[in-house]
Design a protein around this ligand. Structure first.
Ligand code: TRP
Ligand code: ZN
Length: 853
């Protein structure tokens, strides 16, 4: 294992040599793949004669410069330093690699017999010696030689040749005319089913769309194909951006570290984000597929045509592309629901990251292992930072900024500063105050006070950001604040404020208190905010705020106030009758937007509530949530039943209307299953009678959450019936791992023994242990520390196989300082034990940060 060395953003140096073209030839064999790389290099830095090439786990066979064996180089564990180089030369390197032994799933590896690559962020160095940095952009030509039993040999760009070789093997050649960094290189070789479609761009070019999936699954790629067509249209309509090659390919693989990868012209996807039909995928799966397909497609412009200068700039492409996929999802369905989803991610995972040892700005300053910085901060807070620019500039201004960004930087590797500069210049405005969002980590806390003055009402805002692990000094940020003011009968004013100092007052003339404010409508800035709303004011807002997000937020606030009071007093606070009235009303006559009604009837989750406490009172939050849900179940039992029965399902189709109906009906089901009077026939009928996985799984989820006596038996039945399908096997694992009773430990043991379980497959491991660590607070935080021990031992095992996987699983243990001393000590102990073992650089970076001050 190599030693970690921190890299600093400010140490950036342009490359000494640039590469105009590279020609790769792969001779594929499972444990001995030969790679030949022929690159054309030219000096870029005056006087430079040496060049660093990254390389890891490579066997060097030969190295020539301008056709001559080159001996003036130094080989190190992580690469080669070439010396005495001329101004311009051809570099020819032969290496041998072992895809069959590659369980890290970085570089070239095998997934169920198919070869595939994953090069972002720094995986290309496991394929050949190369300047593995995004600011070296070259035109790639790729030749693949393989046995005839691998009929599909794919790489970036356009297919330019296919030959049968004398020895029976096949040689194909691909050429990608767009210069690109090596992290966008991809190669796939395997036997697949192919699903083909097409798209005609707005300028009339015909693009072939091709999906490659495991044999027999062709029809399950249909929804993904249609999603791609919708995404292509959206990018043309909203941003004027057209696709630029004649072919767009998507390959689904079962072994994959993340969701998907935007390799130029050849996306590689985790199969769970491609394959869907009514029998195997839920409404949530459909939603995720559509949004991830769009995300990777949108990268073609924001990421590929314009890429990152260095990895500190990752949010340049990821924050922007997440923002774009969120806009797309909002346009395809309910904008409010999409926004609520995004807000939940920020309030749970992102706020937790800010409050823990891995806190970093969306543009980090120091990185040890780049794989550790594909975070909710870089991605999701990054998207919020883009969204705020969109809010400040307006849709038209934002579009002008995007146009200028592409006009200036197409074909370049650039920085976050370049992006903001384009936004600024296109709008003739000054965003310098705003730019602190890129460099400051932590969650700002915003508070507000309203008072009467002689002439009207004064709104005083304060902001403050607590120090984070990485950064002690904090400064005020520019917050775009969408507000509404109500007088109790309706909205009297709304608008957008810009708040950029520690404290500032805004005057509203011709008003008198009482005024009920909505602050941060649409969650217009990613901050925590507080205002002393009265219960009846929140009840009012939950029904009358103009902004849907604000209505939902008012409900969330009511519940979190109740939980807070219960925690403070050590006894359950009574649900105010006004809240019960509003809920009863909603159950009896839901809003036309059924999915939104379901959200309003659902309490905030444990993680959202937890982020509001400096020291997280685990049992108290869980107990309060449990009691409140039980109360709603009992009090409204008849109404829930009535609602459930009124919402009759139609034959399955994935549509906004049907998704909403299922969401609300299954919300009712969840409450119904908490009451013993509910006959088993009700859920049994839904389980056996429904024609889709959404409704079947909802039954199991409801049984598990209600700790229903039949939960385990039904899980077993589900496994026997559906466990042969890997997607459904993972759903079974996830349900099992979220059981909130101590039996979960024995069940996890058993699940690891099942034939379909595989420590080498990240989806299998995550379905059990990302869920256990992140979605089962009761058992993960069990007071004796058994949950911590379990997760730590799994991480130790996973790290040897796949460091990226292990490093992601450790997240819930890192924030031990947020818990009461006894619990924190147990978590810390689990981490320290883990540290006894020789760990990957990935885990080493995180554990060092968590355990040492
Ligand atoms: N760039 C990819 C995306 O956001 C994600 C990604 C980064 C990735 N590193 C990865 C995927 C490693 C798989 C493995 O779409
Ligand atoms: Zn991305």
């Amino acid at each position: 294992m190599s030693v970690n060395t921190a890299k600093n953003r400010l140490d950036y140096q342009p490359p000494a040599y640039v590469i105009s073209q590279v020609e790769l030839e792969f001779e594929l064999l499972p444990s001995k793949t030969r790679v030949l790389a022929v690159s054309q290099l030219r000096r870029a830095e005056a006087g430079a004669t040496s060049l660093w090439l990254d390389g890891q786990e490579l066997q060097l066979i030969s190295l020539t410069v301008n056709g001559k064996d080159w001996t003036t180089y130094e080989q190190r564990p992580d690469g080669i330093l070439l010396r005495d180089l001329p101004e311009q030369f051809e570099l020819c390197i032969r290496t041998e690699i072992n895809p069959a032994a590659n369980t890290a799933l970085e570089g070239l590896y095998l997934s169920n017999g198919a070869y595939c690559t994953q090069c972002e962020a720094e995986g290309f160095r496991r394929i050949t010696f190369y300047p593995d940095r995004p600011d070296v952009m070259a035109v790639f030509t790729t030749h693949i030689i393989a046995d005839a039993n691998l009929p599909f040999l794919l790489s970036n760009g356009n297919l330019i040749a296919r030959h049968q070789l004398a020895d029976g093997r096949v040689r194909v050649s691909w050429h990608d005319p767009f210069p690109k960094p090596c992290y966008l290189f991809a190669l796939v070789a395997g036997d697949f089913d192919e699903l083909t479609g097409s798209y005609i761009t707005k300028s009339g070019r015909n693009v072939a769309l091709k999906f490659y999936v495991d044999k027999g699954q062709q029809q399950q790629a249909q929804f993904a194909l249609e999603s791609l067509q919708r995404a292509m249209k959206f990018d043309e309509d909203v941003y004027g951006l057209e696709y630029d090659l004649d072919i767009y390919m998507v390959v689904a693989v079962d072994f994959f570290n993340m969701g998907a990868m935007e390799n130029k012209g050849l996306n590689v996807f985790n199969s769970k984000f491609v394959l869907a039909d009514a029998q195997t995928a839920t409404d949530t799966d459909y939603f995720n597929i559509e949004s991830i397909i769009a995300h990777e497609y949108f990268h073609n412009w924001t990421g590929n045509r314009v890429t990152c200068r260095d990895w500190f700039q990752l949010s340049l492409k990821e924050g922007l592309t997440v923002f774009r996929d969120q806009q797309f999802s909002a346009a395809m369905g309910s904008a409010t629901l999409c926004r609520i989803d995004a807000i939940k991610t920020i309030r749970t995972a992102q706020f937790a990251e800010d409050a823990g040892p891995m806190a970093h700005p969306i543009r980090p300053d120091v990185v040890e292992e780049m794989n550790n910085f594909y975070t909710v901060t870089v991605y999701d807070k990054g998207a919020e930072v883009i969204r705020m620019q969109h809010t400040l500039l307006g849709a038209a201004g934002f579009r002008c900024g995007m146009d200028l960004y592409f006009q200036r930087h197409d074909g370049q590797a650039v920085t976050c500063d370049d992006f903001v500069q384009a936004m600024q210049d296109a709008n003739q405005t000054d965003l310098s105050a705003f730019k602190r969002w890129y460099s400051q980590s932590g969650t700002p806390e915003l508070s507000a006070i309203l008072e009467n003055t002689a002439t009207g009402v004064r709104l005083t805002l304060r902001q403050q950001t607590a120090p984070t692990k990485d950064q002690a000094d904090k400064h005020p940020l520019l917050l775009p604040l969408r507000y509404e003011l109500h007088d109790g009968k309706g909205q009297i004013q709304s608008g957008l404020l810009q708040f950029a100092s520690a404290e500032q007052s805004f005057e509203f003339t011709d008003l008198q208190l009482p005024v009920i404010p909505v602050l941060l409508a649409d969650f217009s800035a990613p901050v925590k905010f507080s205002y002393a709303w009265q219960t009846d004011e929140l009840l009012y807002l939950s029904q009358h705020a103009q902004d849907g997000v604000a209505r939902w937020d008012a409900m969330q606030q009511l519940w979190s106030d109740l939980v807070r009071r219960s925690v403070r007093d050590g006894q359950l606070a009574a649900i105010p009758s006004g809240l019960l009235d509003v809920l009863g009303q909603l159950i009896r006559s839901p809003l036309t937007d059924l999915a939104f009604s379901a959200e309003l009837l659902t309490l905030p989750g444990f993680d959202t509530l937890a982020e509001q406490y400096e020291q997280i009172p685990v049992e108290m939050i869980l107990d309060a949530l449990e009691s409140y849900q039980q109360q709603l179940a009992t009090l409204f039992n008849a109404d829930w039943l009535d609602l459930y029965q009124r919402l009759a399902p139609a034959p399955y189709r994935y549509s906004e209307e049907q998704t909403g109906l299922r969401a609300l009906r299954n919300t009712a089901l969840r409450y119904l299953l908490r009451v013993t009077e509910t006959p088993d026939s009700l859920w049994q009928q839904q389980y056996t009678g429904s024609d889709n996985m959404t409704d079947k799984l909802a039954v199991l989820q409801a049984l598990v959450r209600a700790a229903h006596p039949q939960a385990q038996q039904m899980l077993q039945q589900f496994y026997l019936q559906y466990g042969h399908n890997v997607q459904l096997f993972d759903k079974h694992s996830a349900l099992l791992a979220s059981l909130g009773t101590p039996q979960v430990f024995a069940l996890l043991d058993q699940a690891e023994q099942l034939a379909q379980f595989d420590w080498k497959n990240p989806n299998r491991v995550r379905a059990l242990y990302a869920v256990f660590g992140q979605q089962n607070p009761a058992m993960f935080h069990q007071a004796d520390g058994a949950g911590y021990q379990r997760l730590a031992s799994v991480i130790g095992k996973a790290d040897v196989i796949n460091p990226q996987l292990a490093s992601r699983l450790v997240t819930p243990l890192l924030s031990f300082k947020r818990f009461a001393p006894a619990r924190a000590a147990l978590m810390q102990q689990a981490l320290s034990q883990l540290q006894q073992q020789g760990l990957s650089p990935d885990l080493t970076e995180k554990l060092n940060k968590a355990l040492h001050d």
